[in-house]
Design a protein around this ligand. Structure first.
Ligand SMILES: Cc1cc2nc3c(=O)[nH]c(=O)nc-3n(C[C@H](O)[C@H](O)[C@H](O)COP(=O)(O)OP(=O)(O)OC[C@H]3O[C@@H](n4cnc5c(N)ncnc54)[C@H](O)[C@@H]3O)c2cc1C
Length: 470
């Protein structure tokens, strides 16, 4: 016998949980299916533990930049213990209760589609429970790390972000493959917590290749100054591990091989679409699920299938998955009630032009909207201005020898911001103002009247507008 709900959500990460909350708020009944832990990757193996590991390392560096203060050595065991607290010791009782209180029915097991509006759940013990959805099935199954097809790499049993964030001990020698956000953050965190010999292997000319070039350059310089070896233009040809638990050697096309106790692979993620029964709704392929701005999966038979979060590949970020979830939930409620489903708040348009992202390294690197290169490629008439953050009074008070940079990308025709990037200590909190300016398309003339307080790092807003010519 199947159980019937208005909505069935598969995956209880941040995206799935938020769809459930939104449709429950709209008065619909909802079941949430989760094969692992309610809370998803973000709560246990991604955002939360990685930031718990980074914060003490950042704070130590901050203290060292104010004369008169001395940072003591980091107590790694205490940091790992706090990380364990913050991930609730991998116990999801609290999150399951949160879901049940929505109210929603929480079902532990693996969900698979069996045609339009039908999800079959295989419980851990093997029992199968069919769930029927009257209005919508939402896939929120997230993503999985990619292990590139390098000879010997998979056999060397490398760490992924999971093993790195849940580490019980820090390896003495660590090699990190991949100069994206996860590679930079984890290289810095684990180096600061005791991985004395850390090597970051970056394929391009600098890390963080999706941001403005100065972001990767400043983060690489800081990593190097802190003792991390950054090797750019690194192409891995072969990997070998001497014995299970033994040393791992990473061979490169150029230069000497890197030997380490652990190798962390951080080369990207793939949408978790395998074995989801997509063929039963007429979908083929293994890539991210393509959705419209209301989160409905394109090409799915029956028109009742939605996808939010990492699985749709739009923006692999918790806050963007939650944004999509709010949109998706409202669209489902509106359609279920026969109301309007095309209001502006029911379109995840900011996915395309206003997604903010923070890299929690020291210095922090954060950006919203388009880079200069992306804006030009999109055909905008662009002018970009940059400013040395170290020259802002508030920055010099924050830290001795503050190093940082900021950039505005301006649409010359409308005189609005298309993008903004800040790199420096404590800049993450500057980002939301930029997100508001980009998404609300505030003109530079209006921004001129948004006066930043003295002496804050935020005065860089004024300096950038002056650079522009206001
Ligand atoms: C190391 C690291 C650090 C990160 N830091 C940040 C950060 O600071 N800020 C930020 O915004 N983003 C960060 N991210 C990205 C963020 O973790 C993801 O964008 C976010 O977790 C995606 O949420 P989601 O709900 O789409 O998927 P997930 O969090 O992956 O959740 C998906 C859930 O679906 C379940 N599931 C999958 N298939 C099935 C199935 N068939 N049946 C039942 N259940 C299923 C899974 O078990 C999982 O619990 C980080 C990522 C990594 C790897």
């Amino acid at each position: 016998m199947s159980e019937e709900f208005d909505v069935v959500v598969v995956g209880a990460g941040p995206a799935g949980e938020n769809v459930a909350a939104r449709v429950a708020r709209g008065g619909l009944s909802v079941a949430v299916v989760e094969e692992g832990l309610a809370g998803g990757e973000c709560s246990y193996w991604a955002c939360i533990p990685s930031k718990a590991l980074l914060r003490p390392v950042e704070l130590t560096a901050e203290v060292g930049r104010v004369p008169g203060l001395t940072a003591g050595p980091v107590d790694t065991a205490a940091v790992l213990a706090r990380r364990d607290e913050l991930v609730a010791h991998l116990d999801d009782t609290g999150q399951v209760k949160w879901i049940e209180d929505l109210p929603a029915r929480f079902v532990r097991g693996r969900g698979r589609l069996r045609g339009s509006g039908l999800v079959e759940v295989t419980a851990p013990g093997g029992a199968v429970l069919p769930l029927r959805a009257r209005h919508a099935v939402v896939l929120a199954t997230g993503s999985r790390p990619v292990i590139p097809p390098v000879p010997g790499l998979a056999e060397a049993a490398p760490w992924t972000s999971r093993e790195a964030t849940e580490a019980r001990a820090v390896p003495g020698r660590l090699a990190v493959l991949g100069g994206g956000v996860v590679g930079c953050e984890m290289a810095q965190a684990l180096h600061g917590l005791g991985a004395g010999e850390t090597t970051l292997l970056v394929r391009g000319a600098s890390p963080l290749g999706r941001m403005e070039p100065f972001a990767g350059e400043l983060v690489a310089a800081s990593l190097a100054a802190g003792g991390v070896t950054v090797r750019t233009g690194a192409r891995v040809t072969r990997v070998e591990r001497s014995a299970p638990g033994g040393a791992v050697t990473v061979h490169l096309a150029e230069g000497r091989p890197v030997e380490a106790d652990e190798l962390l692979v951080a080369t990207g993620r793939r949408a978790a679409t395998a074995d989801l029964g997509l063929d039963t709704v007429g979908l083929s392929g293994t890539g991210p699920l393509e959705v419209d701005d209301g989160m409905r999966v394109l090409g799915a038979g029956g028109g009742r299938l939605y996808a939010v979060g990492d699985v749709n590949g739009r923006n692999l970020l918790t806050h963007m998955g939650k944004y999509q979830a709010r949109v998706c939930g409202d669209v489902i409620v509106a359609r279920a009630r026969g109301g309007r489903d095309d209001l502006p708040a029911m379109r995840a348009a900011a996915d395309g032009y206003g997604a903010p992202q923070v890299v929690f390294t020291d210095p922090q690197a954060c950006a919203v909207g388009r880079t200069e290169e992306a804006a030009r490629a999109a055909g905008f008439e662009v002018r970009a201005v940059e400013y040395d953050l170290g020259a802002v009074a508030g920055a010099s008070l924050l830290a001795e020898g503050y190093r940082g940079r900021a950039k505005f990308v301006v649409d010359e025709r409308r005189r609005v911001l298309l993008g903004a990037t800040f790199v420096g200590q404590g800049v993450a909190e500057l980002l939301h103002a930029a997100t508001v300016a980009v998404t609300a398309e505030v003109t530079l003339e209006r921004l001129w009247h948004a006066v930043p307080s003295f002496p804050t790092v935020g005065e860089v807003w004024l300096r950038l507008l002056e650079e522009y010519g206001l």
